[in-house]
Design a protein around this ligand. Structure first.
Ligand SMILES: Nc1ncnc2c1ncn2[C@@H]1O[C@H](COP(=O)(O)OP(=O)(O)O)[C@@H](O)[C@H]1O
Ligand SMILES: [Mg+2]
Length: 377
């Protein structure tokens, strides 16, 4: 079992900072997903925890032990790579048993353990084959099995599903969640795929250019993104973001931009004067409703996803999208009026992109000071 703590962890390659002052406390038994775009430093951070990369600054603790300078083999973690890294000349059984042989376990111990883990992962009938004779999904399971036989306190996984096709990826997500529950071990899982993160994580740490942008449950990140970066990273299509101004309309605050004029449900004294903001609205929170329209625009394209449709809409210089059950009663070229509830409007500070707290009943701002006026999260 392992709790993993990162304390001010930083990494530079030459003068280029790649991981910057990362602080993270991963509880024993947690499934934490490190999510972020390609090149943001995920693999580097994982490799530092595994001991495959040195730190430029900071400390790594496993349980209460400082392992910053401990060699990889002596850390109670097992790494699973995207490339599987199997030995091509060894059978599946020998690949799985490799870590046990390296530790000098008896033949019988190795055989028993390998058989048990192979059974758990559905690999028994492949034990005598070589990796080249297996499918991508089977190879991935061999790599997992090889990590499991070590019985590590924590599994470190670097994009383990990215070489699988879509159907297999989806099935393997469910298997991994199940495996995590059965093993009870800590999983630290790296991916750039928001669906993997949303479906498997107990918590997500979203990285942006080597820094943690937000840590929280999938729902917390989706429902109350701390920044426009988080808002735009999660969701498909992502949250609509537009520049807007907060305007006093007869004592009530509205957000106003090309095609948009929506009340915030706040009295004018909640903000001091007009201010520039970025408005965020999720595509599924927009509804067709001409009389009650707070947003107007022209449909520029409609995508059919089978169960749902995504409409792309232009309003002046702004483009946004909405998603709704199919069929939507509009066609390309139509002018549409859309409704959005005040509580579904997210506000971010212009420039910094940081979330503005403003609505106590709906949001997590209930406990935050100053939540009924506009303040920075
Ligand atoms: N050994 C290295 N030397 C120099 N730059 C590196 C090295 N490893 C990674 N980088 C750079 O560090 C950045 C982060 O890489 P990486 O951790 O692999 O990102 P991710 O896994 O999020 O895609 C990238 O810009 C990459 O080019
Ligand atoms: Mg990577």
């Amino acid at each position: 079992m392992a709790r993993i703590r990162l304390d001010g962890v930083s990494k530079r390659f030459g003068t280029t900072p790649v991981v910057q002052d990362v602080n993270l406390d991963i509880a024993d038994g947690e499934f934490l997903v490190l999510l972020g775009p390609s090149g943001c430093g995920k693999s580097t951070l994982l490799r530092m925890i595994a001991g495959l990369e040195s730190l430029s600054a900071g400390r790594i603790l496993l349980d209460d032990l400082d392992v910053t300078a401990t060699p990889p083999r002596q850390r109670d973690v097992a790494m699973v790579f995207q490339s599987y890294a199997l030995y091509p000349h060894l059978t599946v059984a020998k690949n799985i048993g490799f870590p046990l042989r390296a530790r000098g376990r008896s033949r019988e111990q190795i055989r028993n353990k390998v058989t048990a883990v192979a059974a758990a992962l559905g690999l028994v009938e492949h034990l005598d084959r070589r990796p080249a004779a297996l499918s991508g999904g089977q190879r991935q399971r061999v790599a997992l099995a090889r990590a499991i036989v070590r019985e590590p306190g924590a599994f470190l996984m670097d994009e383990p599903l990215s070489n699988l096709d879509a159907a297999l990826r989806s099935a393997t997500r469910t298997e991994l969640t199940d495996l995590h529950r059965r093993l009870g071990a800590t999983f630290l899982y790296v991916t750039h795929d928001q669906v993997e993160a949303m479906t498997m994580a107990s918590r997500i740490a979203l990285l942006n250019r080597g820094r943690i942008e937000q840590v929280g449950t999938p729902s917390e990140l989706y429902d109350a993104p701390r920044s426009t970066f988080v808002a735009a990273f999660l969701g498909s299509p992502p949250m609509n973001l537009f520049d807007a101004t907060i305007v006093d309309r007869a004592g009530e605050l509205h957000v106003v931009s090309d095609g948009l004029d929506a009340p915030l449900g706040l009295p004018a004294n909640a903000a001091s004067g007009p201010r520039e903001v970025t408005v965020g609205i999720r595509p599924e929170r927009l509804h067709l409703d001409s009389p009650g329209a707070r947003l107007r625009g022209v449909v520029t394209a409609i995508e059919n996803l089978g169960g749902e449709e995504i409409m792309h809409i232009g309003a002046g210089a702004t483009n946004f999208s909405m998603r709704a059950p199919r069929p939507v009663p509009v066609r390309t070229g139509d002018t549409v009026g859309l409704h959005v509830e005040s509580r579904d409007i997210h506000l971010f500070e212009s420039g910094t992109g940081r979330r503005l707290l403003w609505r106590p009943p709906h949001e997590h701002g209930a406990s935050a000071p100053g939540a009924s006026s506009l303040s920075v999260a």
